[in-house]
Design a protein around this ligand. Structure first.
Ligand code: ZN
Length: 457
């Protein structure tokens, strides 16, 4: 075929009309490519729908591209392999290291959660499925050329979390970019999102498509206020934080606050996964921004006076009796599981407790119910009355906000033939879609789950 007469087909199998479960099929005519294979998470850490068969035959897929290591982008990969996928998996090196830790941890959480059910089912995958996935997983640096039959690809820095990438696919004179999640350029430790130009098709996230974040000074002050309140009232500050990136950012910020003169306070990092992930951050300093890289060369920017790591269950339980005031940072980020639930049961009934949500809480999650002011919640079958104060911070989000997303698209608006707005709640995706049309005059659409489109690519 002459250049310009190719077509490709894109199908939005997951992450359309929802934030989680990213899974896009891109059929070039000569190859079948998948972009991400994430876990669908709403009411539960792992919703029942994840056990359904894939809507395509995994054995037919040639390459799975992985944008980054968050569970909602990688969580079904071992299952894909168990169900017959025999192609290759491509990501950056940190993403592969992160994926191992995240998939192992997710399996532990799943086993715990499933064991509590009356009719427990098998976990979504086994340890050996994780190993099988890692055995067919190749890594590429940003901008390293990846050959694909009649096309090529490269990873670009998405600036979202350690190792996060956009995927750019080029055939002839046509380019499509899958953004994965796009970073908040004002976050403390990541690098800035690379600028993209001359792109014809864009598949982009929209978690914060309808909102802006508070600025970096405001969010740091809000964190400081929550810590000061806790110290003054001899209370507890609970921070349900994602173990990947959010926790490292919070530790970095508390370190900065102390360096700027804040009186230290006992802080417990009660998140085994976050503690394990610290090694990956130390291993790949070149993937962090210049300031943090500089700091790592001299001391540990994620550690400070008053910080205690509690990897074992025994250490974790001892936190209950540790004297107030205290700050407890624990997973999981949306209170789906993990040690935060034990602390919530223990401390939410006390009006001297503050629960601070440093990021997005998915619809149906315990975190979302608490953030929306629920006065009574059920945690693992136990009713808990909530007297704690709640505070929500969006500035620590690792996602671009509404204005950041629009500025990102604007750089390539002239060449865009279509933008597919995905990975957001419907309200957010539709808001961003309308803004892109109105402000940038681009053809934007928020596809429905399962919808397919043919592209001149
Ligand atoms: Zn992400």
């Amino acid at each position: 075929m002459a250049s310009g007469t190719h077509t490709a087909r894109i199908t939005f199998h997951g992450g359309a009309g929802s934030v989680t479960g990213a899974n896009f099929l891109f059929e070039t005519g000569t190859q079948k490519l998948l972009i991400d294979c994430g876990l669908i998470q709403s009411n539960d850490f792992c919703d029942a729908i994840n056990w359904s068969d894939f809507p395509y035959n995994p054995a037919d897929i040639d390459v799975l591209f992985v944008t980054h290591g968050h569970t909602d982008h990688i969580g079904r990969i071992p299952r894909l392999v168990a169900q017959g996928f025999r192609g290759r998996i491509y990501s950056t090196p940190p993403t592969k290291d992160i994926a191992r830790l995240m998939l192992e941890d997710a399996l532990r959480v799943m086993k715990d959660e499933l064991a509590k059910r009356e009719n427990p089912r098998q976990p979504l995958y086994t340890e050996s499925d994780i190993e099988s996935a890692l055995a067919i997983w190749d890594t590429f640096e940003y901008h390293e050329k990846i050959s694909l039959n009649d096309a090529s690809a490269q990873f670009l820095d998405a600036g979202h979390i350690l190792g996060s990438a956009m995927i750019e696919l080029i055939r002839g004179d046509k380019t499509i970019v899958f953004t994965g999640d796009l970073g908040n350029d004002h976050i403390a430790i990541a690098r800035k999102t690379e600028e993209i130009t001359d792109v014809n098709y864009l598949v982009m996230e929209s978690v914060y498509g309808d909102r802006n974040h508070e600025g970096s000074e405001v969010r740091r002050q809000m964190l400081r206020n929550a810590i000061d309140f806790t110290r003054e009232h001899k209370g507890v500050l609970l921070v349900p934080a994602f173990s990947l990136e959010r926790t490292q950012v919070l530790l970095y910020e508390i370190n900065e606050l102390i360096a700027a003169g804040m009186q230290p306070i006992p802080v417990f990092l009660d998140a085994p996964l976050a503690i394990r992930l610290m090694d990956v951050y130390q291993k790949y300093p070149e993937y962090l921004n210049d300031e943090v890289r500089e700091r790592i060369a001299h001391d540990d920017p994620f550690s400070f006076k008053g910080l205690t790591l509690t990897p074992s269950m025994e250490d974790s339980r001892a936190i209950y009796d540790a004297p107030n005031p205290k700050v407890i940072i624990a997973g999981s980020g949306m209170s789906h599981g993990g040690r935060i639930r034990g602390h919530e049961k223990q401390f939410l009934g006390d009006k001297k407790t503050t629960i601070l949500f440093p990021g997005y809480q998915s619809v149906g999650s315990l975190g979302r119910r608490l953030a929306e002011g629920a006065t009574k919640v059920n945690i693992d079958g136990e009713w808990v009355h909530v007297h704690a104060r709640t505070a929500q911070l969006h500035g620590y989000s690792a996602h671009k906000d509404r204005d950041g997303l629009i500025a990102f698209v604007e750089l390539t608006a002239k060449t865009l033939e279509r933008v597919f707005v995905v990975m957001g709640e419907p309200r957010s995706a539709l808001f961003l879609t309308q803004r892109l049309r109105d402000f940038l005059d681009v053809d934007a659409i928020a596809p429905d789950a399962g919808e397919s489109f043919t592209l001149a690519w």
